[in-house]
Design a binder for this molecule. Structure first.
Ligand SMILES: [Fe+2]
Ligand SMILES: [Fe+2]
Length: 302
């Protein structure tokens, strides 16, 4: 286990590295955001837009699972940090839902995709089964926590990537969308250890960690491909154009999207027996972004 150095949030008040500090109530004005918010690059636009498809439903399920595990967490500090985690994730889910509404206004209705995702995946892998025997329900809760911890590994990897890379800026991407991605990414980096630590406290099973990561890599890849295909098919300005694998390599070379190496290389790190999310990124880096994020700064004033 890595040594955790606490983050000082006020005089005499600290939070362990990797745990959420506070909810930031941000607002975004989408009125000036174009359909192709990465100019002349609908592929990159829609690859990133898949986040808006996956996250609203996903994050609501994360909250549900972590809330169910709350009574089983005896570490007081960890218990206390569940509240800001839930608040942050619910705010993220809301922010991405507003983007989906904006996409619909621009002629891309995503309801068919999001409803199918909710029913066929989140509604199955993260749902409750109250009629199951108690011991099986407990195993199922532990397993669901491991699924969420594995996804949170990826939200941290993506969050770090979007803050550290300036490829989207160089491409002239919409600054409001970039701020949304980086504000969300920064909070994912900030709370990157929370679900992992909750899973460790209530289960600690390495086997669960490994098997659920394999499952998450498979399904995230699948949903991303299906999501980009869906968005491009429903984008009225693309005339049915389809995404191609070489588009990914081109956009990755331009640092507009993460490369296959970055994404698939992140899974083996998570499988190392001594892995802990605090090794994945720095809270300081996240807080530095939040200190300059236009939306987070406006939220502080309001
Ligand atoms: Fe989030
Ligand atoms: Fe998260």
């Amino acid at each position: 286990m890595a040594v955790q150095s606490p983050v000082v949030i006020a005089e005499g008040q600290t939070v362990p590295e990797g745990h959420p500090i506070v909810r930031r109530m941000v607002r975004f004005d989408w009125s000036g955001t174009q359909r192709h918010w990465v100019p002349d690059d609908p592929f990159t636009t829609h690859v990133v837009n898949v986040l808006h498809l996956l996250l609203p439903a996903g994050e609501r399920w994360f909250i549900d699972v972590v809330n169910k595990a709350r009574p089983l967490v005896h570490d007081e500090e960890l218990q206390e940090r569940i509240k800001p985690f839930v608040q942050q994730e619910s705010w993220h889910a809301w922010a991405h839902t507003v983007v989906l509404e904006h996409l619909a206004e621009q002629g891309i209705d995503t309801t068919a995709y999001t409803e199918r995702l909710e029913k066929q995946w989140f509604g199955r892998v993260l749902a409750d089964h109250p009629r199951w025997p108690k011991w099986l329900q407990r195993w199922w809760l532990n397993r669901r926590l491991a699924v969420v911890a594995a996804i949170e590994h990826y939200t941290c990897v993506l969050g770090r990537w979007v803050i550290e890379n300036d490829g989207l800026e160089r491409a002239g991407a919409d600054p409001v969308m970039l701020d949304l991605l980086r504000w969300h990414g920064a909070e994912e980096v900030e709370h990157r250890s929370l679900v992992f630590d909750v899973h460790n406290e209530v289960s600690g099973s390495y086997l669960q960690r490994a098997t659920t990561m394999a499952e998450v890599v498979f399904f995230l890849s699948l949903f991303w491909v299906l999501g980009v295909q869906f968005l491009m098919r429903h984008d009225p300005s693309l005339g049915g154009a389809k995404p191609r694998w070489r588009d990914w390599l081109r956009a990755a070379r331009q640092e507009r999207v993460p490369s296959p190496g970055l994404l698939y290389g992140a899974a083996p790190r998570y499988l190392r027996p001594g892995h802990h999310p605090i090794q994945e990124a720095s809270t300081q880096m996240a807080l530095e972004y939040l200190a300059r994020s236009p939306a987070a700064r406006a939220a502080q004033k309001g």
